[in-house]
Write a protein that binds this ligand. Structure first.
Ligand code: SF4
Ligand code: SF4
Length: 286
């Protein structure tokens, strides 16, 4: 599929005609900041929202509403003849649509995919509405704090992976000739989200997706979350000694990093392969 990279000055038919046709049949991943904002807008606790409206412990929004556009199911937050019931708390993917966002070599790019502009098929009338620059569109959609949270969570994911590395490489586990840990990192990279969620267990899943944080600043929110996860790991793994315990801890933390990766729309298989290569270059075996 063709990818059109955009600059913030590019002018496109970005005034939405508000048919809601793009709220059907999509896959929308969620990070914990997005889950928190969706729940607040819905006047639910994050746990209530997570349990009612998401899959796999909170990383994916349910699309189980009535069938509509092209016989596809509506987003669980879509209300007929009204639209999005959580508009002010909608996730980044909905704010960006029809654009996508990618980070390459630490630079952010916006783009759209396909031979033609994605709104033209569901809403051909957009061409009669005002055109906007990409920059104006993003500003109007208030993407800023959601983009900051997304990027901060990518760093948090890397911090979790680093913890899994330390448990393998800095404890004597890799030196002992362990081969089981990387084999499981690889297996987890291809596991279904429900398998990863089961592997992580309820307690860690709650800590990952519905932490008790109410910081309004995205960086503050993710920093608090990072500290909570590090403290929980310290409490649980601070005193472990046997190679079996170290192996289990490294696998668990890597599983949490990969589950978060799914919620961030990253590719867990590619990430696990990258992390396995790094571990091997540092003396681990598979
Ligand atoms: S497809 Fe485009 S124009 Fe139509 S509702 Fe979605 S964002 Fe708006
Ligand atoms: S959260 Fe709102 S904008 Fe996003 S898909 Fe669901 S109904 Fe549409």
């Amino acid at each position: 599929m063709q990818t059109h990279k955009l600059s913030s000055q590019d002018i496109l038919p970005l005034t939405c005609s508000r048919t809601g046709n793009c709220c059907f049949g999509k896959i929308i991943y969620l990070n914990p900041w997005e889950l928190f904002h969706l729940a607040r807008e819905k006047k639910n606790t994050p746990k209530e929202f997570r349990d009612l409206y998401t899959h796999f412990g909170g990383i994916q929004l349910k699309f189980d509403g009535e069938k509509g556009y092209k016989e596809q199911e509506a987003c669980s937050q879509y209300v007929d003849n009204f639209g999005c019931s959580v508009h002010l708390g909608r996730p980044l993917a909905c704010r960006l649509y029809p654009l996508g966002r990618q980070i390459q070599s630490e630079e952010v790019h916006y783009m759209y995919q396909g031979d033609e502009f994605p709104c033209l098929d569901p809403c051909p009338e957009v061409v009669e509405l005002s055109q906007l620059s990409v920059g104006e569109y993003l500003q109007g959609q208030k993407t800023d704090s959601f983009e900051k949270a997304q990027d901060a969570y990518l760093e948090l994911m890397q911090n979790l992976a680093d913890m899994a590395f330390e448990l393998l490489l800095d404890t004597g586990l890799a030196e002992s000739g362990d081969k089981k840990t990387l084999a499981l990192w690889r297996k987890m990279g291809s596991e279904l989200p429900e398998e990863l969620a089961d592997r992580i267990g309820e307690n860690w899943l709650d800590m990952l997706m519905i932490p008790e944080i109410s910081n309004e600043d995205p960086i503050g929110f993710v920093t608090e979350h990072n500290n909570m996860l590090q403290m929980k790991a310290q409490e649980q793994f601070g005193a472990i000694q046997t190679h079996q315990e170290l192996h289990e801890a490294s696998v668990l933390i890597m599983g949490i990093a990969l589950h978060l990766a799914l919620g961030l729309g990253a590719n867990p298989k590619e990430l696990s392969e990258l992390w396995i290569d790094i571990a091997k270059n540092n003396g681990a075996q598979e």
